[in-house]
Design a protein around this ligand. Structure first.
Ligand code: UP5
Length: 189
């Protein structure tokens, strides 16, 4: 059986830039399946799998979980769901993540959304989210920002150079941001 290669859109942006919020809108309106890599990792960390503790520790430090773990979870989810269009939220977070995903899956994204938002605004959103996420405390938030700047911005530059980046001003209301998202999907989809 030849597996059909699914269409993938990566959704990137700093912690609190609105990736999850906008991905669920994209899923509803454009028929994509939303895969939040942070959610896959949180679920795995709650299971008794051998990696559970390691994942929890990494996330509590805002660190990037090793690619092999993340990519395996992503592949499992994509196969299980069996759909052909995915928005992948919060991955790849480093050049190493990106290269490993390409090598292992042979998939390149159709395009990449980038939610651009000032750090102060992202921090405010995370501090007022109040959903009991263990990494939403100020010390961990600072670490997440640092890793984003050091490891994830290079991925964004990579896709910009390839002409695949679609940058959106995410410092506006949820509805205003979604208007920009819609314009892009109407052209690209
Ligand atoms: N909100 C959203 N949009 C708004 C707007 N326009 N105006 C005002 N408020 C807005 O939104 C955050 C909050 O802001 C919400 O309360 C929302 O209502 C409000 P959300 O849509 O959740 O933003 P998002 O960018 O998705 O923020 P999130 O905190 O989920 O992003 P992170 O990238 O930090 O979290 P993620 O779950 O992807 O990753 C968590 C950790 O997992 C990482 O730190 C890392 O340790 C690990 N990880 C890996 O190791 N590898 C991976 O590949 C992925 C994750």
């Amino acid at each position: 059986i030849v597996e059909k290669i699914p269409k993938v859109v990566f959704v990137l942006g700093g912690p609190g830039s609105g990736k999850g919020t906008q991905c669920s809108n994209i899923a509803k309106l454009f028929g994509y399946t939303h895969l939040c890599v942070g959610d896959l990792l949180r679920a795995e960390s709650e299971s008794d799998s051998k990696n559970g503790k390691m994942i929890k520790n990494a996330m509590n430090e805002g660190k990037i979980v090793p690619s092999q773990v993340t990519i395996k979870l992503l592949q499992q989810a994509m196969r299980k769901i069996g759909k052909d269009k995915f928005v992948i939220d919060g991955f790849p977070r480093s050049d190493e993540n990106r290269a490993a995903f390409e090598n292992v899956t042979g998939i390149e994204p159709a395009f990449v959304l980038y939610f651009d938002c000032p750090v102060e605004q992202m921090e405010q959103r995370l501090l007022s989210r109040n959903q009991g996420r263990e990494d939403d405390k100020i010390e961990t938030i600072k670490k997440r920002f640092k890793i984003f700047l050091e490891c994830s911005l290079p991925v964004i530059s990579y896709y910009e150079e390839k002409g695949k980046l679609r940058k959106i001003d995410a410092a506006r209301s949820i509805d205003q941001v979604f208007e920009s998202v819609k314009t892009i999907f109407k052209v690209e989809d």
